[in-house]
Design a protein around this ligand. Structure first.
Ligand code: MSP
Length: 500
């Protein structure tokens, strides 16, 4: 089963922030889950280096755009191992191979008759690097996303005949109701299409920082055409000596934020249609992380969550867990450092960490570390019956928050089970030896299954725990609740989420 998943590629004109981290973490959780299912997974992320914002930022510093891109991309890329992101490749849109393939695909679109030269005049947002159509513009000629003044621009450039794809796009949406998820975003994209598509400019004449238009070398491609194609071009050169396009195209999932919906759900499929290429299966549109006060994060409001601060204080697993749990994936939500710490203490340390520590500690104390080979408690085991299937269904829809919640319900259930069965009481009574064996075997197996299911979210802590359980296998086949205790010898376990 080939599974190809991507994040948006980041603009490297600024510094990485928690929004960038968020999207990569969610995508990573899905990629890790798909690997657990035995999928042949390819996970792509990268940097969007061309375009006006980077050229402008470089000009402001008096350096060449490539120099700025090199420096900033290094910072974005360095974030990935810190966040425990398991991407298979990192694309930069200044890679020669990317540029060459952009030219090839765009040439095909040109040869197929979907371009023309014309005069473009319109309202332009320099932060979006995008011309806005009339029905998007806010009162006072403001950008609907950045709320800054739009500038009137006019230039001769090449156009893409987006309007010719109106019917085909409507058919795509009718035939593939899960092309855009969640449903509200599907409706938003469809109504944009139905409101009438205008052609879009695809080149820039006054800009040098971009991929040269092969049939008119005075122009470079408008950055979005270059950037969107990253998802396709990367497969051609990500693995030296191999072309992965056959295997992985079309992509299974593009994970993007709501501000770039139009590009991915309207322009992108139309470009692929114009080039005669297959369309990706799903675009999942997530929401925006807001400051703890519920307002847009901004340095001046002092409500920015710095991902590095959370990682320094609580670890990468804690940041991953917090972001996946706090904000329903797909919706907007407020995040802040106090809430991250609160979840660390209440859920990671007191619920999951404590369940793991006391389970291992009791097996070591009462049974010399050997998990009793007795039949597990059928009632508790029964409560895990449909769990893996339900998680698979949710993850097929990129529902990372809902899937995590299902596992967490079991964490809480197991803690209640410990309280109900009070193994420390059973240990005092020789006649209860068998019962204690059952409780310990059941808990150890439950903790193992839970940890396999949590491993996409908490790769570091779960690896330590599964090692201590002598059962490092991550595959979902291995997440079935075994009917009997394993007989394994448990290693001592350091606290997974120590007080910090
Ligand atoms: N370069 C374009 C994407 C091109 S994809 C072919 C871009 N870059 S970006 O750096 O501005 O954003 C990268 C991703 O981060 C986008 O999906 C965007 O929605 C997401 N986020 C940026 N800020 C965010 C939040 N505050 N919260 C959640 N995600 C946000 O757009």
């Amino acid at each position: 089963m080939a599974f190809y998943i991507t994040t948006a590629i980041d603009y490297v004109n600024g510094a990485p922030h928690v929004g960038h981290a968020y999207e990569k973490i969610a995508t990573d959780v899905i990629a890790r889950h798909m690997r657990q299912r035995g999928g042949d997974v390819f996970f792509l992320t990268g940097a969007d280096e061309h375009g006006e914002p980077v050229a402008d930022a470089a000009a402001a510093e008096g350096i060449a755009p490539q120099e700025l891109a090199d420096r900033n991309t290094a910072r974005f890329k360095a974030l990935l191992p810190v966040l425990e992101i398991s991407n298979d490749f990192y694309i930069r849109t200044t890679d020669d191979e990317h540029e060459r393939r952009v030219q090839e695909v765009m040439q095909r679109i040109h040869d197929n008759g979907y371009t023309y030269k014309g005069l473009y005049e319109g309202w332009y947002c320099p932060r979006c690097a995008d011309f806005k159509v009339e029905n998007e513009i806010l009162e006072g000629n403001l950008c609907p996303i950045h709320q800054i003044a739009l500038t009137r621009e006019s230039e001769e450039n090449w156009f893409f005949k987006l309007s010719e794809f109106q019917t085909e796009l409507e058919a795509l949406y009718a035939d593939h109701p899960s092309f855009v998820m969640p449903l509200a975003r599907y409706n938003e994209a469809l109504s944009f299409i139905q409101s009438g598509l205008q052609d879009v400019s695809l080149s820039r004449r006054h800009l040098k920082w971009g991929v040269t238009v092969p049939w008119d070398p005075d122009h470079v491609f408008y950055v979005w055409f270059d950037a969107l194609l990253n998802y396709y071009t990367a497969l051609g050169y990500a693995r030296p000596g191999a072309d992965l396009t056959e295997l992985f195209w079309p992509a299974t999932f593009h994970i993007i934020g709501k501000d770039i919906l139009k590009f991915h759900t309207v322009f992108w499929p139309a470009m692929l249609m114009a080039a005669g290429l297959p369309i990706p299966e799903h675009v999942f549109v997530h929401g925006f992380l807001l400051g703890a006060d519920g307002r847009k994060m901004s340095k001046s409001l002092g409500n920015v969550l710095d991902p590095f601060e959370v990682i320094d204080a609580l670890g990468a697993d804690a940041l991953r867990f917090y972001l996946m749990r706090e904000v329903q994936f797909g919706a907007d939500g407020a995040v802040g450092p106090e809430a991250a710490r609160a979840r660390y203490e209440a859920e990671l340390a007191n619920e999951y960490g404590n369940l793991a520590s006391r389970t291992v500690a009791m097996v070591r104390r009462y049974r010399d570390g050997v998990v009793p080979e007795v039949e597990v408690d059928p009632v508790l085991r029964g409560e895990f019956d449909r769990l893996v299937d339900d998680i698979i269904d949710l993850m097929d829809g990129a529902e990372v928050t809902a899937a995590l919640d299902l596992v967490w319900q079991r964490v809480r259930r197991c803690n209640r089970y410990v309280e109900e069965r009070a193994p420390w009481q059973l240990a005092k009574d020789d006649a209860a030896a068998h019962e204690l064996n059952v409780v310990l075997a059941t808990l150890t197996e439950a903790v193992r299954v839970i940890s396999v299911l949590l491993s996409p979210y908490l790769p570091d802590a779960t690896a330590k725990l599964l090692d201590a359980l002598g059962s490092p296998v991550l595959s979902l086949d291995g997440a079935a609740f075994a009917p009997r205790g394993s007989g394994a010898l448990l290693e001592p376990l350091e606290p997974l989420f120590p007080r910090r």
